[in-house]
Design a protein around this ligand. Structure first.
Ligand SMILES: Nc1ncnc2c1ncn2[C@@H]1O[C@H](COP(=O)(O)OP(=O)(O)OP(=O)(O)O)[C@@H](O)[C@H]1O
Length: 632
């Protein structure tokens, strides 16, 4: 377990063993005040978020109100964030061509629109934290990095080494990003060189900026074709797709920060919220469209968006996007709606997990791409302390209660430390939220049966700390970057180990430490092997009983880790002899660069022998051509 990157404040909430449990239970709230979940949404007035409520406040708080609190307490309603809109200053134009296409075409009508300053809303705790140290990059120095493909552009060590444009650099500073994270160091130069990319890097390691920066910079500096001015058709230059609405909202917020005063306009479109509002935003011009697939297909079918000038396509959580549920929609968007083909557009796929079969599907969307892994593919970060406890189904609730009481008594659930509890089903989420409430724990929930308004409200309430427990289905498993999540509890374990990786990745982000607890029982036997492998790879203590289960289990069809072994290296599926789609992928010119713990100065590039190994870090053996990956 390495030292924490950043999070000295979280020291109390991570590695220390959970203390002895429960003493007293909180008195049940008065039933007369109890409002069941399905009715809670209808009785509140919009208001701004009140101050964070102490965890054991006398009133039990849900995301929609204090249910048994004192009279006159803060009312909680469905209102949005308070917007402190201010006027954006000059729109800097960078590089030739920017004015040419923006002023007259599909771009932003600057004279009419004033750009709100997205940095004015940044929560002050976050800023202070970042100013006080941000990421401890020392923890990254020996992270193994592997890049396969032809002529891999060299990485950078600082943002200053790359020409991202003055306005974007100013925003990077406003974000307090002092230097690029490892995935950014490699991915940004690759993308700026115009190359397609499939990138796999650990949760919370800064992938959003890794694909946003090159897109924004490219649009700022690019000579783009003039966009015809259709009456009502939006013609973006870049499309960023993500699997969930909340993640699209988050990417949009991030991208707006990065593109502040660059002249690049970012719009978001996602399901469950009024389409008319989104259409109005689109009509005002769009350079980068962030969207969920379903809503985008709707907009395309209404002919309100055209993809014919897409220059950049990014798929966040790309493996999820190409997994069974989404693949047909993604294929439709990418292959059948007029988007320029691979090689004409630039395509970037990012995730923390990339199963081999998904890589194969994804390669249809890419041209001569580079496969980049930063850290071990599909691994969790070592900064998350993982515990697995054997808990029978019938004992789960009381065990959860014990954990929460212990947290409370230890003061590790302070003002901002949040707990995310994953369950398998939507009904299960409602039931557990309810039960927590009945036991005096302020909780809210997020799942697919709640309205979008309720989902967003729940997330706000959780982020603000007003309801510091969020019960969630997998809808919250991927991508969400919620500061101060100190503990992720897998009340129900997922069936797929990759889902586990994403779930626990909601803590231990951006260099901070975190704690993940899983309740395991016979029903999870098929996960035992992949879970124990994952834990071993992340230097976690694996209980003997789990090893025992693992030795009896053959892995499930969905547990792609089955096979064991150290999986670093050899995971670009093109390395396997069977892949024959494009002769260029094998043999000459297809090189492998492994940078095991090299902080800078990557000497060898280009025409080395195929699968050459550069600076392999200790413990990360090189896999040559034809060596099977651990997924086999
Ligand atoms: N260069 C940087 N310096 C400091 N902080 C950074 C830097 N890059 C990103 N961050 C911060 O790190 C956090 C995690 O970033 P991000 O959400 O992009 O992670 P991710 O890799 O996409 O995670 P996930 O796999 O869960 O989607 C964010 O709060 C982001 O602001």
């Amino acid at each position: 377990m390495p030292t924490s990157w950043a999070d000295s404040t979280a020291a109390s909430e991570n590695a220390a063993p959970l203390p002895s449990v429960k003493t007293s239970r909180v008195a049940h709230p008065s039933r007369s005040n109890y409002v069941p979940p399905h009715l809670r949404n209808h009785q509140h007035q919009p208001s701004a978020d009140p101050p964070v409520t102490a965890y054991a406040a006398p009133g039990v708080v849900t995301d929609r109100g204090i249910l048994n609190g004192p009279r006159g307490g803060p009312r909680i309603g469905g209102g949005g964030y308070i917007q402190h809109a201010s006027i954006g200053g000059n729109y800097n134009s960078h590089g030739p061509g920017r004015e040419a296409w923006n002023g007259r075409n599909g771009g932003w009508n600057r004279s009419r629109d004033r750009e709100a300053n997205p940095f004015e809303n940044v929560d002050s705790d976050q800023v202070t934290e970042q100013e006080n140290g941000g990421i401890n990059f020392d923890a990254y120095e020996d992270i193994p990095v592997d890049a396969t493909g032809s002529n891999v552009p060299p990485p950078v060590s600082t943002f200053a080494e790359i020409d991202l444009g003055e306005a974007l650099n100013a925003n990077i500073q406003r974000c307090k990003y002092v230097k690029p994270t490892p995935v950014q160091r490699y991915a940004i130069p690759i993308s700026l060189a115009g190359r397609d990319l499939m990138a796999c890097a650990q949760t919370g390691s800064g992938k959003t900026a890794a694909f946003c920066f090159p897109i924004i910079s490219g649009i700022m500096q690019g000579q783009h074709v003039q966009r015809p001015r259709g009456p009502r058709v939006a013609i973006p230059l870049a499309l960023i797709l993500s699997p969930t609405r909340e993640l699209s909202v988050q990417i949009h917020e991030e991208a707006k920060k990065f593109s502040y005063q660059t002249g690049v306009r970012v719009v978001v479109a996602y399901g469950g919220s009024p389409i008319n509002q989104q259409l109005r935003e689109l009509e005002r011009g769009v350079d980068i469209l962030v969207a969920t697939p379903g809503r985008l297909v709707d907009l395309l079918e209404r002919a309100r968006v055209s993809l014919e000038l897409i220059r950049y396509l990014a798929l966040d959580e790309a493996d999820r996007m190409l997994d069974m549920g989404f693949e047909p929609q993604i294929r439709k968007i990418v292959e059948q709606m007029g988007m320029p083909p691979p090689g004409v557009r630039q395509t970037m796929l990012f995730s923390a997990t990339f199963p081999k079969e998904i890589q194969r599907l994804a390669s249809d969307f890419l041209s001569n791409y580079i496969f980049l892994t930063v850290g071990r593919v599909g691994s969790s970060t070592d900064l998350i302390v993982q515990r697995v406890e054997f808990v029978h189904e019938a004992d789960k609730r009381s065990h959860l209660m014990d954990l929460l009481h212990a947290q409370r008594e230890n003061g590790s659930h302070g003002k901002q430390a949040l707990t995310l509890v994953f369950v398998e089903t939507k009904k299960g989420a409602d039931a557990l939220e309810n039960w927590l409430y009945m036991n005096g724990f302020p909780a809210t929930s997020i799942h697919g049966d709640r309205s979008q308004q309720e989902r967003e409200q729940a997330l706000r309430s959780f982020k603000s700390g007003r309801t510091p427990i969020l019960v969630a289905t997998d809808v919250a498993a991927r991508g969400l970057d919620i500061p101060h999540v100190g503990h992720v509890i897998n009340f129900d374990l997922p069936n797929d180990i990759d889902d586990y990786v994403h779930r626990i990745g909601r803590t231990g982000r951006a260099g901070k430490t975190g704690l993940a607890t899983a309740f395991f029982n016979e029903n999870n036997s098929s996960l035992a092997r992949s879970l124990s492998e994952l834990m071993q790879e992340s230097n976690q203590e694996v209980p003997a009983w789990l090893m025992h289960y693992a030795s009896r289990s053959y892995g499930g069809g969905k547990n792609r880790r089955s096979g064991g072994g150290n999986r670093f290296g050899g995971r670009d599926f093109r390395r396997e002899g069977s892949f024959n789609r494009n002769a260029g992928y094998s043999g000459r010119g297809y090189n492998n660069h492994t940078y095991g713990g090299y902080p800078s100065g990557y000497a060898a590039y280009g025409a080395g022998p195929s699968y050459a190994m550069y600076g392999a870090g200790p413990g990360y053996p090189a896999y040559g051509a034809g060596v099977a990956s651990a997924w086999d």
